[in-house]
Design a protein around this ligand. Structure first.
Ligand SMILES: [Zn+2]
Length: 66
């Protein structure tokens, strides 16, 4: 399951309003600027700061390569 590209283009990080990218290796949307990962449940992104988990630089690098 993934988020359609047209939906992804209108979504923004609720914390910094930055662009989000789809994390291919996990069901999540990634804010690169803050290294936050927002979970996607049943195709619905949980874009709430408290739901986000912080990624390590190593994890973020994997996202960049996906
Ligand atoms: Zn952000």
């Amino acid at each position: 399951m993934s988020v359609p590209a047209n939906l992804l283009s209108i979504l923004a990080c609720p914390s910094c309003k930055g662009k989000l990218v789809w994390g291919e290796n996990r069901e999540s949307l990634i804010c690169r600027g803050e290294r936050l990962s927002y979970p996607v449940r049943d195709g619905i992104p949980a874009l709430i700061r408290v739901e986000a988990t912080e990624l390590s630089p190593e994890e973020l690098e994997k996202v960049d390569k996906a």
